[in-house]
Design a binder for this molecule. Structure first.
Ligand SMILES: [Zn+2]
Length: 204
């Protein structure tokens, strides 16, 4: 958790100092990096970090999904949308994760990290391309650094036996072959979409 925060601060500073992002974008990028670094443990046994994370996503996702539609809506409609989606994300996902996922399962894998980057790229649809790449890299980088640290930590301090029982921290596949296939299929579909859209991209 602390190291995730460090990653966010580091990524934010790096983006700002290299002129990749302006100051406001760098702050957003830093926060996104912290969220990315926290995401792999969203299915963790400890409910508290998961609930905090789902709370943040529960407000952030409906807000970002509205995008430019925000202007055409009344306040009641905006509030209704955000509250409705908040309940679904915060409590629905919490219920789902509690009952159907295993800690260090599908979320604790490299394909999940790639997917998190792709989704971040898709969400910030009206940002400049360079900023979208920076945000996606920050989230996926935070995600991967989490997996990497879990792996190193397990090897150094806990040992291989604990590591086995806790599941593999740094892996290219999930528990089930079908799940892995589905994961890569989703990544490929979004990847294909991004690639075909990239013909019209203008950098600058
Ligand atoms: Zn972890």
């Amino acid at each position: 958790m602390v190291l995730g925060g460090l990653w966010g601060v580091f990524a934010g500073f790096a983006a700002f100092l290299t002129n990749w992002c302006n100051i406001a974008q760098s702050v957003v990028l830093g926060v996104l990096g912290m969220i990315g670094a926290a995401l792999p443990d969203i299915d963790g046994k400890n409910a508290r970090p998961r609930q905090i994370l789902l709370g943040i996503l529960g407000v952030g996702i409906p807000f970002l999904l509205l995008g430019s539609h925000w202007h055409g809506l009344t306040n009641e409609a905006r509030l209704g949308w955000i509250i409705g989606l908040y309940v679904v994300i915060r409590y629905g996902t919490d219920f789902f994760l509690c009952h159907f996922s295993r800690h260090r399962g599908a979320f604790h894998s490299i394909p999940a990290a790639i997917l998190s980057g792709e989704i971040t790229f898709l969400i910030f649809v009206d940002s400049s391309l360079t900023v979208r790449f920076a945000f996606a890299l920050s989230v996926a980088g935070g995600y991967i650094s989490h997996l990497l640290l879990d792996e190193l930590y397990a090897w150094n301090f806990i040992g291989a036996t604990e590591k086995k029982s806790a599941g593999n921290a740094f892996t290219w596949k999930t528990d089930s072959a079908a799940g892995t296939l589905l994961f890569y299929l989703i990544i490929a579909i979004i990847g294909y979409y991004l690639l075909s859209a990239s013909k019209n991209w203008k950098f600058g």
